[in-house]
Each structure stands twice: as C-alpha cells, then as structure tokens.
Ligand binder design. Sequence first.
Ligand SMILES: [Zn+2]
Length: 406
Amino acid sequence: MSADATPEAKPASRGGSVEKVLTILRMQGPCSQAVLARQTGLSKGTINNVVKKLLSESIVSLQQKNRKESLVILGVGLGYVATAEIHSEKIKATLFDFSSERRFDVSVALGFSTADSSSSPGVLVQALQRLCQEAGVDFKEVSCVSLAIQAPIDRATGSIVNWATSRLPAWKDIRLAEWFADQLGVPVIVDNDANLAALSEWTWGCGRGVEDFFYLFCSEGVGGAIILGGKIYRGGTGVAGEVGHMVLGDSGPVCFCGGRGCLHSLVSERAILAALDGSESPQDSLIGVIEAARHGDAACRRVLFEAGRSLGRAVANTARVIAPSVIAIGGTLSTADELLTDSLKSAPEILNVLSISSATKLHLAVVSDAVTLGCVAAALSHLTRGINAIPGWMRPVSSDEPIVIA
Ligand SMILES: [Zn+2]
C-alpha cells in the first residue's frame, strides 16, 4: 500500500529505502531479502541494514524459509488501533489490540437526524473512551484513531461537504481530523466510508497487487472509490469516486444531493425498499429483501434484478473513463450474489465494456467488515506499518477466494 493512500493526514516520515521495503512487503506479502533487493533495486547490503532496523523497531519478524533463507514478515509491534464507522443513525467503534490479538466492539444508536447535543461528535469521543475503558486500555496508548464517515469529506477543509451534511447536521463545518485529535490527544485520520472499504479490498482482497482499481460500495448508501497508480484518487475537491450520484436518467427519483435519477436514488437500501411499496412483499431491510428473494419472492427478485441493471450501467460508465484492471462490488447488496450479478453482468453496457476491455476483471468483494478493516488499513499506512493478511481474530472470514462474476 502506498503511504499516499493515508486519508487526511500525512504519514510518519521514514527514509526512502525503508519505505520502499515496506511497500513491497505490504503489496506482496512475506519476501526473502534477495527478492526485496530485486524488487526495490536496492543493494543486498542496504536491504540487510533496513531489515535490521525494522527488526529493532519490532515492525517485522523473520521466518525461516529453508536452510539458507528467511522470509521478512510484517505485522508485529502494532499496539492498539481504534476505529469507528459513523452512520447517520449509529456509531460502531472498535479497538484492535495487536499485542494480545483481541478485538473489542461497541455500538451506539443515535438520532443524527437532528442537530442536538445527543448526536454531536462528542458522543463519539465518549464511545471511544468507553471502549478503551472496557478493554482496560489507557487511551494514550492508542497509536492511531481511524474514522469512517458515511459522507464525502471536503479535501480543502477536512469537513463533510456541505450538500451531504443533512445526514450528520451536528457535524457540519467541523474539521474532523483536527477536532478529534484535539479531543482525544492521539493521531486521528478521517475518510469517507467507501474509500476505506475500497482500501481494505485493495489491500487484502481482490484488488491486491493491482495499480488501478474501482470499488462500488452498496449498502444503506451507495459510494465509490477509485485507486489509480496505487493511490486513492480524490480529485481536486476530495470527492472523486462519488459514483452514487452519477445520473443514470433524468426521470428517476429525486436524490438527497438535489440531483434526479442518481444511482443512489435507484439502488440504496431505502430506494430498494421503496420500490417494493405497493407490492405484496414489503420489507424493512435490504437483508430482508435478499432473503425473501432467495426464497423465491418474485417482487424481491425483480427489484434486485433492476438494481443489478442500474449498477451495470454505472460500473460500465466508470470503467470507460478510468479503465481499471479490477472492479469490485461490495457492501450488503453484493451479498445477493447471483440475484444481483446475473442482471449486472448481462447489462448491455457491461457486455459492451468487457468486450472492448477484456482485461478488466469484475468481482464481488471478499473482505467482510470492509469499512472497519479499511480504517485499520489506513491507520497502518499512516503509521508506516502493515500486515500481510487479516488474521482470524480481526474479522469473520467468509471466503479467501474472490468470486468472479464476469
Ligand atoms: Zn444524488
């Protein structure tokens, strides 16, 4: 992972040789010193010195490969990393203890639809402090706090962009990373949830090792993230990749952004539930729709089919512009599997793109708990650390193999 992927904060500074070695270890996993020398272009003597330095700082360990060689492995001495997903109605905060390999979670339900104090950012400060208290950890020992916001972040101000603040009104005009770092007294990084979900899939999932990657995150909302040349592409304003607001038709529903016919207004959880209004299969969650469709409910199958077609058009339009090597679909909607992907991959726009760009691979995302683990990936990058794979204690593993859908 490139240090440039770190959101809203400058990475800790290290020498060029050290950073080159760390980048190769993050991207390729355990390597011998000979491989590191070949991949970085550095001399074997320099590699040896870098590895000694990283060993002394407990950033890497060695594992005997054979009688002659050892593999250099990332992932020791990481301490504590705290993360939080901030949704419009709840906070999910997690503490990762890398020393004793334990994970602690706490969820706080909130009414973020109003701008009163019960929904202010201070509630997150309390939730994080409570999390550490319950885990028996002094907050000052946390290496980094990594926050995922369910809204785009303005690059210039570090605040939620104005048009999206209706979902988190009490967070309006707050320079989030600075404010939380002041309150918590530890380094804080902040990014949009789709960027972070993409980061986890790119670091440990089906995007691993590719330079150009596009990720579409479809759950309560619809977000996208673009990684170009090994870096998250943010654009001049910081809101690049907001594919949820790509207009697919001027006769669609009005979106909360003020547009009409946005992808979000067609395939977000609320949109899919609204599409079932008036049918005999009303549902109260996207997971419910998917379950009912699996049991043969025709109306639920229909709305998922139509969602797949809309996603197909949006993915194809994006792929034409950025020509990624890998496209991944993640989030709750992606768990519909073939109920979604049959229509997505047979959308005429997708067939057209894949016939022109046969090298582009389309996958369902494989990293579960993607936003929280993306927060960890961003924190490790900020700390110029990394781990080669997600161990079981950090997440529930659904599958290690990417599911190819086209
Ligand atoms: Zn919109």
